[in-house]
Design a protein around this ligand. Structure first.
Ligand SMILES: Cc1cc2nc3c(=O)[nH]c(=O)nc-3n(C[C@H](O)[C@H](O)[C@H](O)COP(=O)(O)O)c2cc1C
Ligand code: SF4
Length: 386
């Protein structure tokens, strides 16, 4: 076993006990915007699994910005529910860190809530004042995350949701939120500035998840509104900005699950696409080392390596290409993965079948249809109805 994967890592004043990171994975099983018993069970299991860092699934910053019918909303009304989630987690794992991922689903908010579209098209365009209001909701949600007891937040900028819509070169709005790189980063810059002013403790950790390349024309990771070819220059400037804003980590991802999903979560047939994630992570880590910056780096898509994942972790950590290794689907396939691996017990490795993604797309409770009987039956019932 490679010692690196179980070695601790400091993020600012805090210590992550090992390098296994549970990435954000929506289970679509909240109740009235709060964690349900099923949600709490999922986080209890993750805590038992001994992940060094757990990042919550995307939590909406407002009632009108959900992507899933049973998604959760981090607002004052639901604060007790999130305090309960933190308590459940800490009772099982007092040393692991827990971050809350904050999002506005933007164009993907769906028919059951407000649709927003920064790049034109059929959806209503948000006014400048509305974007200002959404930014304030991110700040409020971040401060509530701290009040609930989370160790930090992920100010979500990836996977095609609002944070990514703001950043894209194709955001050509002619107000203070679009056009120049400076304007497109304003949402993050002002949001993080206000969170830093409002937080109770400087130990509260701030970071963002990025899609380094979205795979769409004018998307993040291209060089202009009409460019499709990958050009990481702006995304690397964004990493520099995050560091200058005093953020603590960058979580490197790619793609837009709803449009270019194979980039975000490679399947069995396309698992070599996971190597792009390794390259993006290494590129970011190289920049941070070269320029002597303080951000910690989290990599993505480690489920794609199945049983070889711990070896891949060891290699990437050993070569200094990342600080933490993030698993998405594997946390559904076997929430106890780190603990079992450490103890030499058999791990149920994700087989990259996309069953959980299909459940999520169908707006059902989603989880592993291969290893968890509940989700197998959700899948069977939905097939019967279809
Ligand atoms: C069902 C499902 C739900 C997801 N939910 C989120 C989410 O809430 N936030 C996020 O940033 N990524 C989300 N992702 C993406 C994963 O975190 C991860 O980046 C992706 O699955 C690739 O990593 P893997 O190969 O380890 O699964 C989700 C992916 C799936 C399949
Ligand atoms: S349903 Fe398939 S893709 Fe999803 S976690 Fe289970 S094995 Fe992996």
């Amino acid at each position: 076993m490679n010692d690196m994967v179980f070695s601790p890592l400091t993020i600012k004043t805090r210590t992550v006990p090992n390098r296994f990171t549970a990435q954000a994975m929506e289970g679509n099983d909240g109740e009235g915007g709060r964690p349900s018993e099923r949600t709490l069970d999922r986080y209890r299991n993750l805590a038992r699994g001994g992940w060094g860092l757990v990042i919550s699934e995307a939590l909406s910053v407002s009632e009108t910005s959900l992507a899933r019918v049973n998604g959760m909303i981090l607002n004052k009304k639901n604060l007790d529910g999130f305090k309960a989630l933190v308590e459940v987690f800490r009772n099982e794992n007092p040393t692991g860190l827990l971050f809350f991922q904050l999002t506005h689903s933007g164009e993907r908010s769906g028919d059951f809530s407000e649709r927003v579209n920064l790049s034109g098209g059929e959806c209503r365009r948000l006014s400048s004042e509305e974007i200002d209001g959404i930014k304030n909701s991110f700040v409020e949600a971040a401060l509530l995350a701290e009040e609930a007891g989370a160790d930090g937040i992920d100010f979500k900028l990836c996977h095609g949701y609002l944070g990514a819509e703001m950043l894209r070169p194709s955001n050509t709005r002619n107000d203070r939120w679009g056009g120049s790189f400076e304007n497109r980063c304003r949402f993050l810059r002002e949001g993080v500035g206000a969170i830093k002013q409002g937080r109770r403790s400087e130990a509260f950790i701030l970071g963002s998840r990025l899609s380094m390349y979205e795979g769409i024309r004018g998307g993040c990771g291209t060089g202009g509104p009409d460019e499709i070819i990958e050009d990481l220059s702006e995304m690397l400037d964004l990493v520099r900005l995050m560091d200058e804003l005093g953020m603590d980590y960058v979580n490197v991802s790619a793609g837009i699950p709803a449009l270019t999903g194979a980039i975000t979560r490679p399947t069995e047939a396309s698992k070599y696409l996971a190597y792009h994630h390794l390259r993006y992570t290494k590129t970011v880590k190289d920049l941070i080392s070269r320029e002597n910056r303080g951000l910690r780096v989290i990599g993505s898509a480690y489920s794609s390596y199945k049983a070889e994942a711990p070896a891949m972790m060891g290699e990437m950590l050993g070569k200094g290409y990342t600080d933490l290794c993030g698993f998405g689907r594997q946390i559904f396939a076997d929430p106890l993965t780190p603990k079992k691996y450490r103890n030499g017990e058999a791990v149920s490795w994700c087989v990259l079948c996309s069953g959980c993604s299909r459940l999520m797309a169908a707006q059902l409770n989603d989880g592993c249809v291969v290893y968890n009987d509940y989700y197998t039956s959700v899948m069977k019932n939905s097939a019967r109805k279809a």
